[in-house]
Design a protein around this ligand. Structure first.
Ligand code: ZN
Ligand code: MN
Length: 505
């Protein structure tokens, strides 16, 4: 029997708003001593009144728009009841039947049956706002303590349709959502720190069957890898149950044990009505139409759209474009560096060819794209990692980087020395031509000097010269190498090749 997995995700994104969801408390309590960013509202004291946070509502509407959701003209909050020590009110303020948005989708990359990269729309059910619970801390003395700093932190909850087909797609979806949250600057979105939390649900069914079977939820997934591994484990476990003629018949909750790399049965899940949802009487329903109007022209380009634009416009490889669009600051740097490169190329018709600006760019895109992509994603990021430099404190401006690329493009410097130059630029933050001059890293084009070097190499290597003259052409590479060494790498290998060929015929 051929089985197919149906995977759905339920994601909580912790917002980095200034204050909490329903009170004025500082929302940065995760870095502060326990129970120092609390007040009567977020500790659930009787008689207090919650006031919704406009910044959080704006963040939710923006996210919903980018995810193509249908935003409800009017929305409201509801109480969701359950008992737990980290929930002092005995209910969580969430949203039930009128969430911020319904429907929508997020596009992700996946592979088709021929292993070709394609885009797939993952459908969403809803997006709503709610408050976070406090945090239980299990002390070494065996007691459990409660830190209320987290209580009342704004959360966006996103629920997908079970339209995810593989563990890899689930991971891609989460990564895409993480990048989106960072583009919108609404969350730090670090999974390991709990800013991005994910529960998954999964069921299997025979291919061709249209019925939905009882699903299993998996909790406690703290990393992208855990999501992928837990799903892989669950697919194997449930496949076995199906093969034994005993597929899951009830909604179950399992926890992921990261050390043992297995899921374990936790409890039979409450159905929705167990929460006894009812409208939050202290917060009147409110309209979202004005906010929708206000943000209309303020939304950033979707990360995935930007990635493909980088490929088409800049001639970057998809792999490089992916690296460069994950962080919006890097994406901005890339945009600016390319626009400087184009400006420079267009001003150099003898190099870039004649034509309109668009034609010149089109003609040179592949070469410039490869050059910029390579120097940004492997060399520069490598040097930065080595020196523990973050893009926020990088001294190299996009303008200087573009100039650096132009030096390589015009063979004013070879790649070995270019790496030294980049290192210097990172330390000094000055313009590359100046550093190249000062440190004597540029290529020499003094014909006398090149001539002398060629003659010296020919004199010192009579055997190889004889071999070349007798027809062993590849030996020329050896002589070029000698010439580079003779000139300390300061000449263009192409120039060395030409002069040697000329002298040896
Ligand atoms: Zn508070
Ligand atoms: Mn929730």
């Amino acid at each position: 029997m051929q089985l197919e997995p149906l995977i759905g995700l339920e994601i909580h994104i912790q917002l980095k708003t200034k204050s909490k969801m329903f009170c004025a408390c500082n929302n940065a309590g995760e870095n502060l001593p326990p129970n120092t960013t609390i007040c009567p509202v977020c500790t659930g004291q009787p008689g207090t009144l919650p006031v919704p946070n406009d910044e959080a509502i704006l963040a939710a509407v923006k996210t919903a728009r980018l995810l193509n959701g249908r935003i409800n003209p009017t929305t409201k909050f509801d109480r969701k009841h359950y008992f737990y020590p980290d929930l002092p009110k005995g209910y969580q303020i969430s949203q039930y039947d009128l969430p911020i948005a319904e429907g929508g989708f997020l596009e992700i990359e996946t592979l088709d049956e021929n292993h070709q990269a394609i885009l797939k729309k993952i459908q969403l059910i809803r997006l709503h706002l709610e408050e976070d619970a406090a945090k239980n801390i299990h002390g070494q003395d065996g007691s459990t303590y409660v830190d209320f700093n987290r209580a009342g932190t704004p959360l966006i909850e996103i629920v997908t349709e079970p339209s995810i087909a593989t563990p890899a797609e689930a991971k891609n979806f989460l990564q895409e959502l993480q990048v989106l949250a960072r583009y919108l600057d609404i969350s730090h979105a670090e999974m390991e720190k709990g800013h991005l939390r994910c529960d998954v649900n999964i069921s299997l069914r025979p291919v061709g069957d249209k019925k939905l079977y009882s699903k299993t939820e998996i909790k406690n997934l703290n990393s992208f890898k855990a999501v992928e591994r837990a799903l892989e484990y669950e697919i194997k476990r449930q496949t076995k149950l199906w093969e034994e003629g005993n597929p899951p018949k009830i909604l179950a909750t399992r926890g992921w044990d990261d050390t043992k790399q297995i899921t374990e049965e936790q409890r039979v899940k409450e159905e929705a009505q167990d929460y006894r949802y009812f409208p939050e009487p202290d917060i009147p329903s409110f309209a979202l139409t004005k906010i929708v109007e206000k943000i209309k022209n303020l939304l950033p380009e979707l990360p995935i759209t930007r990635r493909y634009r980088f490929v088409n416009e800049f001639g970057l490889s998809l792999a490089d474009a992916k690296i460069l669009t994950v962080d919006p600051r890097w994406a901005q740097f890339t945009e600016e560096a390319f626009s400087e490169c184009w400006e420079w190329l267009v001003s150099m018709p003898e190099l870039a060819g004649e034509g309109t600006e668009d034609e010149i760019i089109k003609k040179n895109a592949a070469k410039v794209g490869r050059l910029v992509g390579g120097w940004l994603t492997s060399k520069l990021t490598g040097l930065m990692a080595e020196n523990k430099i973050d893009i926020r404190i990088l001294k190299i401006t996009p303008e200087n980087f573009a100039e650096f690329i132009s030096l390589i493009y015009t063979n004013k410097i070879n790649s070995a020395n270019a790496l030294l130059l980049l290192r210097e630029m990172m330390q000094a933050g000055e313009d590359p031509s100046q550093i190249m001059e000062e440190k004597k890293l540029g290529q020499v084009d003094d014909p006398d000097m090149i001539n002398r070097a060629a003659e010296e190499v020919i004199r010192m290597n009579p055997d190889q010269v004889a071999q070349y003259k007798s027809g062993k052409i590849p030996i020329l590479q050896f002589l070029i190498g000698k010439m580079m060494k003779e000139t300390e790498g300061k000449i263009d290998p192409q120039v060395a090749k030409k002069i040697l060929e000329k002298k040896l015929t």
